[in-house]
Design a protein around this ligand. Structure first.
Ligand SMILES: NC(=O)c1ccc[n+]([C@@H]2O[C@H](COP(=O)([O-])OP(=O)(O)OC[C@H]3O[C@@H](n4cnc5c(N)ncnc54)[C@H](OP(=O)(O)O)[C@@H]3O)[C@@H](O)[C@H]2O)c1
Length: 336
């Protein structure tokens, strides 16, 4: 029997043009699974900022996606045929399926998934790679102490919202920057002590000064650019800055900036770039920590769901435009 799947592939490099138009849906032939492989029906796919970066060349992270290739992406799926003893039909598995409806995967590349209280989408968000990124980065660089003041940018995003909640659980005062009144309201509901709307009329520097008059102990930076500069100027002596992402620079020719080294030296700041790719050995430990926080009610997920594989390209564009809250996910419909 010949197998096919719907998939989203890179049609052309978007450059400064519309991201969604650079991607197209196509039908691909697949080989049936052989010994050691598993056929998976993909249930949910993660939308992540790096997927935008690799559409162009050169790219800030990873390797540029070749033209015609399936957009890579993590997801959770259901085993529909197994040729490996490790999995049986009906098992839920996490894997790097790419943006496709069905995938034949080496069993060794998959991890079983046991969703907490049926919250499948959390496996791609606060309990998945974004959550683990926040947790490891705070553990390795943040060195949080109870009572410290923590500023998080893109705080309503998947990584940022987890970082804020972890810092809160560690006894810190957390301040989040997000775009729009609805997002800052939802951050307050998540437990943020103060929220700053980067789209509001009040300039961000004045808003930070009002929310954190004594300065910042830890800045969790997801955006780079001007916000990073503003935060650096307001760090307390001995402060730590986690460089996790540069959202303000994605899809632009700009480069994230750093202010003068005299300030960094004078305040004995620790500023460190972080990539979760360097810490895969710590993933299991931090996944367990995050599950513990979720079970005791200290960790919750904000999310935006898109329906159908064909919604992936516009979903990615919406996420990058700041139109989504929390973890952005594509749910694959049965009929796709
Ligand atoms: N270092 C690592 O290992 C690692 C791993 C995973 C992710 N990351 C990085 O972590 C960051 C957060 O990832 P995520 O998956 O949680 O994405 P996310 O924060 O959900 O990303 C989308 C959000 O980015 C914000 N944004 C977009 N353009 C912006 C701009 N010009 N200035 C400020 N904010 C802007 C928007 O939020 P608002 O409108 O609310 O501001 C938008 O909703 C990204 O930079 C990502 O690349 C790093």
């Amino acid at each position: 029997m010949s197998l096919t799947t719907q998939a989203i592939v890179l049609d052309h490099r978007p450059g400064k043009n519309v991201v969604a138009e650079a991607l197209r849906m196509t039908e691909l032939a697949m080989e049936a699974p052989v010994e050691g492989e598993v056929l998976v029906a993909v249930r949910i796919l993660s939308l992540d900022p790096y997927q935008r970066l690799i559409l162009d060349e050169p790219t800030l992270v990873g390797v540029p996606l070749p033209l015609g290739a399936v957009v890579p992406g993590r997801g959770v799926g259901e085993v529909i045929e197994s040729r490996d003893d490790a999995f049986k039909t009906g098992d839920l598995v996490f894997g790097e399926f790419g943006w496709r409806q069905r995938a034949v995967m080496p069993a060794a590349s998959l991890r079983p998934v046991k969703p907490l209280d049926g919250k499948l989408t959390w496996e791609l968000g606060v309990l998945g790679m974004p959550g683990v990124t926040a947790s490891i980065a705070l553990g390795k660089i943040g060195n949080l102490k109870a009572g410290e003041e923590v500023l998080v940018s893109s705080a309503a995003g998947a990584v940022g919202s987890t970082a804020g909640q972890i810092a809160k659980a560690a006894g810190c005062r957390i301040v989040g920057i997000a775009g729009g009144s609805d997002k800052v309201r939802q951050l307050a509901n998540l437990g943020f002590d103060a929220t700053l709307d980067r789209r509001a009329a009040v300039p961000l520097d004045a808003a930070i000064d009002e929310a954190m008059p004594e300065g910042i102990d830890v800045y969790f930076d997801n955006v780079g650019g001007k916000t990073l500069e503003l935060a650096l100027q307001r760090m307390k002596p001995g402060g730590r800055v986690i460089l996790c992402g540069q959202l303000s620079q994605y899809g632009t020719a700009g480069s994230a900036t750093l202010c003068d080294s005299g300030l960094i030296l004078g305040k004995r700041l620790r500023i460190e770039g972080f990539s979760v790719r360097d810490h895969f050995d710590a993933v299991a430990t931090h996944s367990a920590l995050l599950r513990g926080l979720a079970v005791d009610g200290s960790l919750s997920q904000l999310e935006t769901i898109f329906h159908g594989l064909e919604a992936g390209p516009s979903g990615l564009a919406s996420m990058l435009a700041g139109e989504c809250i929390g973890k952005s996910i594509v749910k694959i419909m049965q009929s796709d």
